[in-house]
Design a protein around this ligand. Structure first.
Ligand SMILES: *Cc1c(COP(=O)(O)O)cnc(C)c1O
Length: 333
């Protein structure tokens, strides 16, 4: 396994820090909780999509694209990082946003990531919930080709085998840091959505024979579907890296009990998790992904599902810009 064999541009500040959360761990009275700060990747307020975009934008550059097209929910962190990456490489960016939560709140529709998308110069188009977004991207690409452009489509969340390489790299990076710190990791926990993050991590953790269990906390799909999506992408990624079959199905675990009312819909446990982290460590989580992921981790600690002396690493996937799209969900008096 040698990632330098794959085309890559450099967009992220790496390595991101791996830090102990002393106050947060103490507040939960449980295991030692460490955080891998992928909210600090640095590109346009950072987040996990930047690692994927290092490989995706490199592919777009190789194919001589002049416009990148991508899609996501209204408060998509992926869309915001994609336009930022496009800016760096002199490409235009078309962003297609699906109103998955059917919100009509101004903050949600215009602030947070949407504001930043426009600030970075993206052309933003809004679509109703349940639009076929893959088809919408294809249609737009066809239009642009007719006008003489060379568009490059980046799938939602940057989740294909090219993007997932960014998280194979993150697994290796985290292991190297842990080795240097003398830290023995007992569990790795991440939020999981479009699957590229978890798929890349599981490939990296298996390829290195780390024997570290990885837990994904789902934010959208039910367990079976989420695990199937992650497993399929992990298999494709492993094959792309010439290591077919290294990930077995039982290594892909997603707990989807913390989704609540649906994708992007606030939950009480998310509000608690985001507030707890802000008030104990001054670290900003997000309402859609890392907040729900952390809510899952907190619940596992309270249920005694980790050992008191375990070392847990939580991947902070970023997304704090979305907080400003969710002002109404937080009831500060
Ligand atoms: C996209 C995203 C995730 C989920 O990553 P996937 O690779 O889509 O599973 C988690 N956290 C944040 C903040 C994200 O933007």
């Amino acid at each position: 396994m040698h990632l330098s064999r794959f085309p890559r541009v450099h967009l992220a500040h790496l390595p991101t820090p791996l830090e102990l959360l002393p106050n947060f761990s103490k507040a939960l009275g449980g295991p030692n909780i460490y955080i891998k700060r992928d909210d600090c990747t640095g590109l346009g307020t950072g987040g996990n999509k930047t690692r994927k975009l290092e490989f995706l934008i490199a592919d777009a550059v190789e194919k001589k694209a002049d416009i990148v097209i991508t899609q996501g929910a209204v408060q998509s962190n992926h869309a915001r990082q994609t336009v930022a990456a496009a800016v760096k490489h002199g490409m235009k960016c078309e962003i297609l946003l699906e109103n998955r939560t059917e919100s009509s709140e101004r903050d949600y529709l215009e602030s947070g990531n949407v504001f930043l998308d426009k600030l970075f110069g993206a052309n933003v188009t809004h679509f109703a919930k349940d639009t076929d977004m893959v088809q919408a991207m294809e249609d737009l690409a066809e239009d642009l080709r007719k006008k003489g452009h060379n568009p490059y489509i980046i799938p939602g969340g940057g989740s294909n085998m090219i993007g997932a390489l960014g998280y194979v790299n993150c697994a290796i990076e985290t292991l190297t840091q842990a080795n240097d710190m003398g830290l023995q990791i007992d569990h790795f926990v991440t939020a999981t959505g479009s699957a590229g993050t978890q798929a890349g991590l599981v490939v990296g953790l298996e390829a290195t024979n780390s024997q570290i269990p990885l837990l994904g906390i789902g934010v959208r799909a039910p367990k079976e579907k989420q695990e199937e999506n992650v497993f399929k992408l992990a298999e494709q990624t492993a094959e792309y890296m010439s290591m077919p079959g290294i990930v077995s199905r039982d290594k892909v675990i997603a707990d989807c009990n913390y989704v609540g009312g649906g994708y992007g819909v606030p939950t009480d446990s998310m509000i608690e998790a985001v507030t707890l982290m802000a008030r104990h460590e001054a670290i900003l989580m997000d309402p859609v992904y890392s907040g729900k992921g952390l809510a899952g981790l907190i619940d596992y600690v309270r249920q005694g599902r980790f050992d008191k002396n375990d070392n847990i690493v939580f991947l902070h996937t970023g997304g704090s810009a979305a907080l400003f799209g969710y002002l109404d969900a937080f009831n500060f008096s």
